[in-house]
Design a protein. Structure first.
Length: 58
């Protein structure tokens, strides 16, 4: 679970950096990378929820 949490934090940082480039400098490629990162982040958060529920049942 700690590894998953670390992956989520890393993906959040990646998303923040790319979104900032897209918003501040109107970098279209950074917008694409930010959207890809957001999609990956949603997958990781779903996995976290699944693991968290399993852990709470123990």
């Amino acid at each position: 679970m700690k590894d998953l949490f670390a992956q989520i934090n890393a993906e959040i940082e990646k998303f923040k950096a790319e979104a900032e480039l897209h918003i501040e400098k109107n970098n279209k490629a950074a917008g694409t990378r930010a959207r890809k990162s957001a999609l990956e982040l949603s997958k990781l958060l779903k996995d976290f929820r699944k693991v968290s529920v399993e852990e709470s049942k123990k």
